[in-house]
Design a protein around this ligand. Structure first.
Ligand code: FES
Length: 221
């Protein structure tokens, strides 16, 4: 049976905006959806003083709603402060498109995750925290980093979903236990990889050990 899209999805897919590359981009990301293997690349110019996304373009390697959701995501992000974009959920994209078929919700998750990944990488390069000698590797900094790990099934941070059950830090070694709750097993690898990536990027982290625990529904924060 053919997938039924709203007129807005068809409009964005047939006339996407902000397609292409930015030569002098200072932030970029290429993210894939663990649900389907489709990919999006974003290029951005983030003003280091104002932290406003001054320009953004995308390339899609995926389906019609991959293109439509990326186009809408760039329009939402352009001109916004990076903190505002970090607070977005896939709902911002689906609402702008008057909804997506259930089997295509993950396209909006990918579109938003890609934006956040580019900002996170930019932050890692430019953030005052990293440059500061006062940076302390403690539970608070670990939780802050884990807030950027999104469960691809729900589009919600693993911290917000109360999946982080234990954090231990010992001379450069970070141990994290995640409770997978109702998460589909097909997303386990992605969550583990994202968690590792975010923690390994923190200054002073030499070794990351992640334990995934099954069982129990998670409760939202
Ligand atoms: Fe996966 Fe669209 S089907 S991004």
């Amino acid at each position: 049976m053919a997938i039924k899209y709203t007129p807005k999805v068809i409009q964005e897919f047939t006339n996407p905006e902000n397609v292409g590359e930015i030569e002098n981009a200072n932030a970029s990301s290429t993210e894939g959806s663990p649900a389907c293997g489709d990919m999006i690349t974003y290029n951005m110019i983030i003003n280091p003083d104002t932290k406003i996304i001054e320009d953004i373009k995308f390339r899609s390697y995926g389906c019609a709603s991959n293109i439509a959701t990326a186009s809408v995501a760039t329009k939402i992000a352009k001109g916004k402060h990076i903190d505002e974009v970090m607070g977005l959920t896939p709902k911002a994209v689906t609402e702008s498109l008057d909804g997506l078929p259930a089997v295509k919700i993950h396209c909006s998750v990918l579109a938003i995750n890609g934006l956040k990944s580019a900002i996170r990488k930019w932050n890692e390069k430019y953030s005052d925290m990293e440059k500061s000698d006062e940076f302390k590797l403690d539970e608070e900094t670990i939780v802050r980093a884990l807030r950027n790990v999104i469960n691809p099934e729900t589009g919600v941070s693993i911290v917000k979903m109360n999946m982080v059950r234990m954090i231990e830090i010992e001379t450069g070694k970070v141990y994290v236990e995640l409770m997978m709750g109702d998460t589909d097993e097909m997303f386990f690898n992605n969550i583990e990889e994202e968690t590792r990536e975010h923690l390994e990027d923190l200054p002073g982290v030499l070794n990351v050990i992640i334990k995934l625990t099954e069982g129990k529904s998670y409760s939202f924060e």
